[in-house]
Design a protein around this ligand. Structure first.
Ligand code: ZN
Length: 368
């Protein structure tokens, strides 16, 4: 007894809200249908031919991947092209593919939270804040006596959650007016007559990615033929979400010893170092994937070392000039560390589902 893709996606969207994704990032369902049945899924960083083969051999119906398999638009499905061959293989196997990328990087329990935990950091906070535009405020006007049913419907659709509290709303009493025009079938009043109705102004916060669902619930629960509502974008930022993370080691250690801890925690060897292995470090910034653009942010948060991947030559020079140590442990390893915790979260929310981690993927190069 499995689940549908759509039910799995609803859980993934709670863990990694789509609204956290970078503009233009190709997240979401890239292959398959929301109503497709799934009883086994495979988690991976990249959808490669080997991973597609692995999914088929394991009898999985869905892949959840960090990096989007389809980047550039496909202009042909001629299978001499590797990307077209991959797409064709996915379709032939009937595999659904869901992408959670920069939204998982930035989620409060995402890549960087997992990386920070694996390295033993405490007092962890985002290295750089998430952008504005995550939250909307919905304001609607409800005839008195119907406020509870509308509030309940909006809450069930995902509005009114603040931290560990649901059904958060504010209501103020006032008077609404309207005049039904010819052709209207008003809930209160009659055609051509100006009505004054005692109403509540009901306001609730909601994440941007819930808007369509919340408005649908509003229209269903509200008694009026024409529902009056306003949606305001807010400057509030989601707590705990942002780029990278920064935290503290329990006690200072040398950069060399800390690099040893990184290698052990991430299962990689060797790592590249910027900085003197003998220098002490205690405050640590992390950014899974490639965080070479966060050197100044790390310095601003008083980090002594940044753990990331894909550091470029000029970024290494810049880090050295800033006096910031860097441990480059590889793009894949600094992200792959988050997959076991994603698997546990999915299994906890959907006990009928079997979640496996890809065992065939790894870094694409060798050290020779
Ligand atoms: Zn990445």
């Amino acid at each position: 007894m499995g689940k549908t893709c759509g039910e799995i996606i609803a859980v993934l969207e709670e863990l990694a809200p789509p609204a956290l994704a970078e503009e233009g990032d190709r997240i979401g369902l890239q292959f398959g249908r929301a109503d497709q049945a799934v009883d086994r899924l495979l988690l991976c960083l990249d959808v490669t031919p080997a991973v597609v083969e692995e999914a088929a051999q394991q009898g999985a119906q869905m892949l959840v991947t960090h990096h989007p398999p389809l980047g550039r638009p496909l202009t042909s499905l001629e299978e001499d092209r590797p990307d077209a061959a991959l797409a064709a293989a996915l379709v032939r196997r009937g595999l659904a593919v869901y992408v959670l990328h920069t939204n998982w990087d930035r989620a409060p329990a995402g890549v960087n939270a997992c990386l920070a935990r694996a390295l033993g950091l405490s007092e962890v906070e985002p290295l750089a804040e998430a952008e504005e535009g995550f939250f909307y405020k919905l304001v609607t006007f409800v005839p008195q006596g119907y406020e509870d049913q509308v509030r309940q419907a909006l809450a069930e659709a995902g509005a009114g959650v603040i931290g560990a509290y649901s059904h958060c709303s504010f209501q103020t009493a006032g008077t609404g007016t309207f005049k039904p025009l010819p052709g209207a079938s008003p809930f209160i009043g009659s055609e051509g007559q100006l009505e004054h109705v005692e109403e509540f102004r009901l306001e609730m916060l909601l994440p941007r990615y819930r808007l369509a669902r919340v408005l649908q619930a509003l229209r269903r629960a509200h008694p009026y033929e024409e529902v009056a509502f306003d949606v305001y974008p807010l400057a509030n930022r989601p707590a705990g979400a942002g780029l990278g993370a920064v935290g503290n080691l329990a006690s200072a250690m040398t950069l060399g010893d800390f690099a040893g801890r990184v290698k052990e925690a991430l299962g990689v060897s060797p790592v590249r170092l910027v900085g003197d292995p003998a220098r002490p470090v205690r405050r640590v910034a992390v950014c899974g994937g490639s965080g070479g653009t966060l050197l100044k942010a790390a310095q601003k948060k008083r980090a002594e070392v940044l753990v990331t991947g894909d550091l470029k030559y000029h970024q290494a020079l810049e880090a050295r000039a800033l006096g910031l140590a860097v441990i480059d442990a590889g793009h894949g390893a600094t992200e792959r560390v988050s997959l076991p915790s994603l698997a546990r979260a999915l299994e906890a929310a959907l006990p009928e589902l079997e979640v496996r981690l890809s065992t065939v993927e790894g870094e694409p190069w060798r050290y020779w």
